[in-house]
Design a protein around this ligand. Structure first.
Ligand code: ADE
Length: 246
């Protein structure tokens, strides 16, 4: 999968892209991330990429020409590559959107800076707008990295474990069960016996129930869209009844 990132801060991407799982994915050509500096397409002598807003008011606005020039010269004039603007005004990113976007062979990501971008970029260049949550950052660079990370780990081979992304919190619509590793006891705190039993069927059952319990307690809103079996529904009822009787 290919990502073309358009930013005024290209340097912030490399420490993260050159680490751990994403670095390995890039080395193995499972993903390719090209980071383009919008400033390189600013035609003025001083490579100006922002200007004062028409109508006055505070802050600066990202100019339309350098962004169009950058995106069009990298993607070509007519393309069906999604062009995503990272902005707090976009649809809120989640696992479902990551799964939708991983179907694309190539994505363009535009990182907004300053107070905002000239509206004509939104209207005539961008095909999708994504926010990573209801808070405002200084720019779209961290959000772009978050998209790249969440999408890349869904690509087959990126995680060492072939089922790696399958049991994730959110992939089935439920939160993940609790994890433990050695030692079996730390400061008197043990590990649930069942995990040491070697009985895989029982362990699976316990994990599913823990996922249901956690989701019910922490994010009951997720249950509405989760993929639940008959036995999950029975279990949920049992857990809910326990709560009411305690
Ligand atoms: N740029 C600034 N804040 C943002 C957010 N929450 N999501 C995406 N892009 C942003």
């Amino acid at each position: 999968m290919e990502f073309d990132v358009f930013t005024l801060l290209p340097e912030v991407f490399f420490p993260y892209l050159n680490s751990s799982i994403l670095e390995r994915a890039r080395q193995r050509s499972l993903i390719e991330v090209r980071v383009h500096n919008i400033r390189d397409w600013a035609s003025t002598k001083h490579h100006v990429t922002d200007d004062e807003p028409y109508g006055g008011g505070g802050g600066m606005v990202m100019k339309v020409e350098p962004v169009f020039a950058a995106v069009e010269s990298v993607l070509g004039p007519k393309t069906n590559i999604p062009v995503i603007l990272l902005t707090p005004q976009g649809r809120v990113f989640n696992q479902k959107i990551a799964q939708e976007l991983v179907q694309q062979p190539r994505l363009a990501l535009i990182c907004g800076r300053y107070e905002g971008v000239d509206e004509r970029i939104r209207q005539h260049l961008v095909t999708d707008e994504i926010s990573i949550g209801d808070y405002v950052l200084t720019g779209g660079e961290l959000p772009a990295l978050i998209l790249i990370d969440a999408i890349s780990r869904l690509i087959s081979g990126v995680l060492g474990d072939p089922d790696g992304a399958m049991n994730d919190s959110h992939s089935s619509g439920l939160l993940e069960y609790p994890h433990y590793t050695r030692p079996p006891e730390f400061r008197g705190w043990g590990v649930p016996e069942i995990l040491l039993s070697g009985d895989h069927a029982k362990i699976e059952k316990w994990r599913r129930e823990q996922s249901l319990r956690r989701t019910l307690k922490r994010r009951p809103d997720l249950l509405e869209n989760a993929r639940l079996s008959e036995s999950d529904l029975k279990n949920l009822k049992k857990i809910q009844d326990e709560g009411e009787n305690s």
